[in-house]
Every structure is written in C-alpha cells, then in structure tokens.
Design a protein around this ligand. Structure first.
Ligand SMILES: C[S@@+](CC[C@H](N)C(=O)[O-])C[C@H]1O[C@@H](n2cnc3c(N)ncnc32)[C@H](O)[C@@H]1O
Length: 300
C-alpha cells in the first residue's frame, strides 16, 4: 500500500529487515504516527504477530487506525507518551515484546498540515505540542521563561550560535506584545541573527524552531526515560530500534545503549544505519536519520 499522503516513513526496508517479527508475539511501535513502519512490519512479519501502536497525537492515531484497519485485532492503538511505555504495554496486556520501535521527532503531516506551528513556512498559532492535550504550548514558554533559560534551550537543543542574541530579542519583543504565531518567532529570530550569518542552505529560524519543539515536548528527557523501559520489555533475542534525527537524540541513544550493553544487551551494528542516496533523493527528511538497534542476548 502506498504511504498515506502526509508522511513518508524513513529507513523502512532497514527497519523491516531488522525488526520484522519472525514468530507470534508483540511488536510495540512507540511512535506509530501515520502507521508507515507499523504497516510494513505487520505485512512482512509472521501473521501471528500483533502490534501495539502508541502516539501522543490523537490526529496521527486516527490516521494510523484507518491505515491499519485491515489487520483487525492484530493491532491495538493507545494514546499517550512513550515516556510511559511500561504502563501502556501493561494496559494492553503486553508483558514481552519481540521488537520495539521509536521513530523520533515529528511527521511531515505534523510539519505541513497539523496547523500547530511546527513550521516557519506558514503563519500558525505557536503551539508545537505533539499531544495538544498535555503540557504548555510554545507561545506560553516564549512569553514566560527567563531570558537565560530561553538562551540555554536555543543553544542546547538547537545548537544555535546566536542563541543569546535571539533570546534577548524574544524578551524585548514580548514586552511590547505577547508571542502568538510562528511569524512572531521568525521575526524575533531574524532580528537576533546578523544577516551575514544567515545560511544560504537553511532557513535562519530552523534551529530555533527545533529547539523550542524539543523543549515544549520535553523530548530528550522522554527519550532517556523510555529507552530502559523499552529494553526491559524485550524477550530473549528481542530488538529495540531507534531512529533519531539530530545529534542530541543520537547521543542519548548511544549512551543508553552503551549502559544497557553492560547488562545482557548488545548493539547490532557498530555504527548507526543511514539512508542511501536513493532514499534521500525521494525523501530529504531521511538525510539526517540514524537507526540504532539493540538486541537482548539469547539466554545462555
Ligand atoms: C516521525 S513520526 C513517526 C512516523 C511513523 N513511524 C510512520 O511510519 O508513520 C513521530 C511520531 O511520534 C510521535 N511522538 C513524538 N514524541 C512522542 C512521545 N514522547 N510519545 C508518543 N508519541 C510521540 C509524534 O506525534 C509523531 O506522530
């Protein structure tokens, strides 16, 4: 089946090859999104295998439900965060998994269509929550966080060199009027970065938008908490695959896998799997994708 318009899943062949269920049991997709990976895992894996799909975004979940309907009761979907993976698994009756997948970040549907302010390309309310029922929208953070905290977020999560200048502009701007839309943030970033430092290849607000999204969704902490839960769920020989899209995420995955390797797990490949030139040509999002896979060792 073709991808539902709105999101092209990355590294699908690699995920299928490495995580496809080879006998009956559960696969847990902690970021089921549009259901692209889930669909392929269900199609290509053992027909007795079932899948629990979790997503924070109710709209994504509705799309996944439509796409995966033909698999009937092989699929269970749950609304929530993978930060509470253990609880979602328990509630679905999953006490052991053949595979767990986390495909991090946001889907192209969220970027292009959700209307929640993920993109600087359109004027939309500055929300940026994956799950609009939880937490505080981006505008609220911009209108209330102290300047040094804003600078830290932009520097750390966006690796933006002009972070302090941008934070200063944000605070100046909010004294005049509160942040409401993506255009307000784009204007503050533009005012904070000297024109000579604008990259010809990347929109000047890219890094700040990424940083704010990571802060709004507490993405790095959620990931750090989810990985040991996901590993604990694996049965003997079970595999955990994580696709990350920037160095902050990949660092957490790498460190967590290294710790787990001391206690009955091993990373499958010495280096992360990357997309080939063909895939990148069709899907630019794949350029920064890195897949790492951890395996629970078979019992001795
Ligand atoms: C890159 S997309 C996944 C796409 C999916 N693999 C597919 O093939 O369609 C990432 C998804 O993870 C969800 N997400 C991000 N952080 C989450 C979290 N902490 N808990 C649950 N879902 C999360 C987002 O809402 C988004 O739908």
């Amino acid at each position: 089946m073709a991808d539902e318009p709105g999101h092209v899943a990355v590294l699908v062949d690699e995920v299928t090859f490495l995580l496809r269920p080879r006998h009956g049991g559960w696969v847990v997709d902690g970021t089921v999104g549009m259901g692209g990976h889930a669909e392929r895992l269900l199609e290509t894996g053992d027909q007795r295998a079932r899948l629990l799909g979790i997503d924070g975004d109710p709209e994504a979940l509705a799309r996944a439900r439509r796409r995966l309907a033909r698999f009937g009761d092989r699929v269970r979907l749950a609304h929530g965060t993978f930060r509470h993976l253990r609880r979602h698994a328990r509630e679905a009756g999953v006490d052991e998994a053949l595979a767990v997948l986390l495909d991090l970040g946001l889907s192209s549907y969220q970027l292009d269509e959700a209307g929640r302010g993920f993109s600087f390309q359109r004027e939309e309310p500055l929300d940026m929550r994956f799950d609009p029922t939880q937490g505080r929208p981006a505008a609220e953070l911009l209108n209330s966080l102290p300047e040094p905290e804003l600078a830290r977020i932009i520097a750390e999560y966006g690796e933006e060199r002009a972070a302090r200048r941008i934070a200063r502009r944000i605070v100046e701007r909010r004294r005049r009027a509160p942040f409401l839309t993506t255009a307000d943030l784009v204007a503050a970033v533009k005012a904070g970065v000297p024109r000579a430092a604008w990259s010809p290849r990347r929109h000047v607000a890219t890094r700040t938008f990424q940083a704010l999204r990571i802060a709004v969704n507490d993405e790095l902490q959620s990931l750090a908490e989810a990985l040991p839960q996901a590993a604990a769920l694996l049965g003997a020989g079970g595999r955990l695959g994580v696709i990350s899209f920037h160095s902050g995420e990949d660092r957490i995955v790498k460190q967590s896998f290294r710790r787990l390797a001391a206690g009955g797990f091993s990373e499958l490949q010495p280096a992360p799997v990357r997309a080939g030139a063909d895939e990148i040509a069709h899907n630019p999002r794949a350029r920064s994708a890195r897949l790492r896979v951890l395996q629970r060792l078979e019992a001795a």
